[in-house]
Ligand binder design. Structure first.
Ligand code: NAD
Ligand code: MG
Length: 360
């Protein structure tokens, strides 16, 4: 088993990574827990809930399952309340422990419920999508969507453990794997040039779910994210570099309507656009722009954006949560393995949009 340690002001916890980890969930439940609530959705429950419950039952504690409807559209107040309904009707006290079994939607909602139930209870992340394993389950951001904006209501609340079973990725659709891989290569681009090179050499193995390659990619991604959030838990500085590709990506997701492209697909394409912009602003070498494009393509993500019109794309980027006072700040690459956050001349952004977009 591989273990990555996370150390933030808000909590220290291990990330355990191994095939079959689902059967060892009892190990992550604190000894003084009074009961366990397994929060999941019907899609994941059909595949993994019985195994997870059997593993959790080994603690000797009461285990109750709370199923939420599947999908980003249900990441809202009404659905969050189903968790509180379950906890209150089963009389969970402040020592009840929540277990999030699912992708980022379940993890974000279960985490937010844990942050606010009785002003805060402990929870364990059991991420079952690649995106959740390398990104959303680590770092303590939790929350729900509001009709007027995505992830606009939430809290920082670190889990007590993250349990990653690499085997569960076998049932994940290939598109979801590609989307998760976009966040993996992002870590190499912003922080670790040798890891980017490793991804170039292992793109095919990763897409084929080669167990060794996957384990290493997840481990390295978690180490790099843990490094960033340990220095900047609440995104007052460094953590912003995790948004590479996300400003352009946000325009694609919002412009097409959420759900048309997966988040990771938009980030993959957005990283190609950010690389092009870097070439114009920070002197990022043209040969490296080509490498970024080739790798995003190799992991199965789109490299050409739909043409939203430059004015509309710029408007969408300006209302993005990451913009400050209407000013768009981009994460740019001076070189592979290093990222900076800065403004970019609008003319350069327009040039990149024209170059990287095509008519539908
Ligand atoms: P998701 O949770 O919607 O999961 C994608 C789909 O795969 C769902 O239908 C799900 O039921 C299904 N699924 C999950 N695991 C499966 C498995 N092993 N086999 C088969 N099907 C499976 O999507 P996601 O990409 O995991 O997460 C996206 C969410 O994560 C967004 O809401 C986003 O805002 C959030 N997010 C949060 C953070 C953070 O730091 N908290 C970071 C990135 C993304
Ligand atoms: Mg992301």
């Amino acid at each position: 088993m591989t273990t990555v340690a996370v150390d933030t002001p808000g909590g220290q916890y291990p990330i355990h990574i191994a095939p079959g980890r689902l059967d060892a969930l009892a190990q992550s439940i604190p000894a003084d827990a009074t009961a366990v609530a397994l929060v999941t959705n019907p899609t994941i429950a059909a595949l993994y809930a019985e195994r997870a419950e059997a593993a959790l039952a080994r603690t000797g504690k009461r285990v109750v399952r709370i199923e939420l409807p599947d999908g980003e559209a249900h990441k809202d107040w009404q659905t969050l309340n189903l968790i509180f309904d379950g906890l209150l009707s089963h009389r969970y006290d402040r020592k009840g422990v929540l277990v999030a079994l699912g992708g980022g939607v379940i993890g974000d909602m279960c985490g937010f419920a844990a942050a606010s139930y009785m002003r805060g209870v402990r929870f364990v992340q059991v991420p079952t999508t690649l995106l959740a394993q390398v990104d959303s389950s680590v770092g303590g951001k939790t929350g729900i969507n509001h009709p007027l904006g995505k992830n606009m209501v939430g809290a920082f609340h670190q889990p007590v453990a993250v349990e990653i079973d690499t085997d569960v990725l076998r049932t994940l659709p290939a598109r979801e794997i590609s989307a998760g891989l976009a966040e993996v290569i992002k870590y190499g681009l912003i922080l670790d040039a040798p890891f980017f090179e490793w991804c170039e050499a292992n793109a095919a193995a990763l897409r084929a779910l080669d167990p060794q390659a996957l384990t290493y990619a997840i481990q390295r991604s978690c180490e790099l994210k843990a490094h960033v959030v340990s220095q900047d838990e609440r995104e007052s500085g460094l953590r912003a570099i995790l948004n590479l590709g996300h400003t352009f990506g946000h325009a694609i997701e919002a412009g097409l309507g959420y759900g048309e492209w997966l988040h990771g697909e938009a980030v993959g394409c957005g990283m190609v656009q950010a690389a092009e912009l870097s070439a114009r602003v920070t002197g990022f070498p043209a040969a490296d722009v080509a490498r970024v494009r080739a790798l995003v393509d190799a992991i199965g993500c789109p490299v050409v954006s739909p043409d939203l019109g430059a004015d509309r794309a710029l408007d969408l980027m300006r209302v993005d949560k990451k913009a400050e006072g209407g000013e768009i700040r981009f994460v740019l690459l001076p070189e592979i393995g290093r990222a900076v956050t800065q403004r970019a001349p609008e003319a350069a952004v327009r040039e990149v949009l024209a170059l990287t977009s095509c008519l539908p």
